[in-house]
Design a protein around this ligand. Structure first.
Ligand SMILES: Cc1cc2nc3c(=O)[nH]c(=O)nc-3n(C[C@H](O)[C@H](O)[C@H](O)COP(=O)(O)O)c2cc1C
Ligand code: SF4
Ligand code: SF4
Length: 261
């Protein structure tokens, strides 16, 4: 079973590739939360996978919250280990900081053990602050090609249930993951900065793509309701680029998996 979260399609692509190659089932984390359905039973020998984007040098808060609530039943094995093989794959624009340590701690708090993890650089999606920008079309495609190639190397290792860690940690990781990240979650995830401009054509695309169902249309224009992951899907998918996040997103273009505008 593979639990995944994705705002702009990068992690969804990875999750789909893994599910296809490993012949596994995909479960979208926000849907679990919506249905309040946290109890799952694994078949004997079945692996437990997680796929998500890196948010501010850590797993997204909603992924960590989900793990806290998740209940997994594992059948008593005839022989072999009693714990399932657990792995995660994360996607990032550049680097992950201590994402592995934070995730490992979250699964260990459940009494489980993380066996394998890897990160894949994919096109950048975060542009909610000054200084953050998207990759060029060329660079985005180069990252996707490299990620696909790396993924095809990781899949046989997951099939063999190898223990491994292949993470792009980057510099000043402690500072980023343990000081910047809590500040980001506290002060930079406010959806009050989202607004639509007068070019809005009232199509409702932003409502459809929000994984948290945080947007409704009122008098044809989006209204954000305070339950936001700052995944930026609403911004990137708007067909007329009508959505802005404060002043930070102005003129920065749009991206979702495989498509740069
Ligand atoms: C809120 C937010 C924070 C992010 N923080 C990081 C980060 O700390 N390091 C990094 O390399 N990329 C970061 N990114 C980029 C994403 O991890 C990357 O683009 C990822 O592939 C997006 O996945 P998705 O398309 O499945 O949402 C961030 C993106 C968002 C939206
Ligand atoms: S409101 Fe926008 S940024 Fe927030 S969770 Fe929904 S799609 Fe993502
Ligand atoms: S996606 Fe863009 S154009 Fe469509 S309703 Fe939302 S803001 Fe308006």
């Amino acid at each position: 079973m593979i639990f995944y979260f994705s705002g702009c399609g990068n992690s969804q692509h990875v999750a789909e590739q893994l599910a296809e190659s490993l012949n596994d089932k995909l479960v979208f984390i926000p849907e679990v939360a919506r249905n309040n359905q946290y109890d799952y039973t694994l078949a004997e020998g079945e692996s437990l996978g997680f796929v998500f984007p890196v948010y501010s040098w850590a797993p997204p808060k909603l992924v960590l919250d989900f793990i806290k609530k998740l209940k997994i039943e594992v059948p008593e094995p005839v022989e072999g280990p009693t714990s399932p093989y657990i792995y995660f794959a994360c996607t990032c624009g550049d680097e992950c900081g201590h994402t592995e340590k934070i995730f490992r701690k979250a699964v260990e708090a459940k009494g489980w053990m993380l066996s394998a993890c890897f990160s894949l650089q994919m096109p950048e999606t975060y542009i909610g602050m000054p200084g953050f920008k998207l990759d060029t079309e060329e660079n985005a495609q180069r990252k996707i090609n490299a990620a696909n190639a790396a993924l095809s190397e990781f899949i046989p290792r997951l099939q063999k249930k190898e223990s491994f860690s292949e993470m792009i940690v980057g510099g000043a990781a402690w500072l980023k993951s343990y000081l910047v990240n809590p500040g980001f979650n506290r002060f930079a995830t406010d959806d009050k900065k989202y607004r639509s401009t007068e070019v809005c054509i009232h199509c409702g695309r932003c409502v459809e793509v929000c994984p948290l169902q945080n947007i409704t249309l009122e008098e044809g224009r989006p209204v954000w309701h305070g339950n936001c992951a700052i995944c930026m899907a609403c911004y990137h998918h708007c067909p007329v680029n009508a959505i802005q996040y404060g002043k930070a997103t102005k003129g920065k273009g749009q991206y979702w998996f495989g498509r740069r505008k």
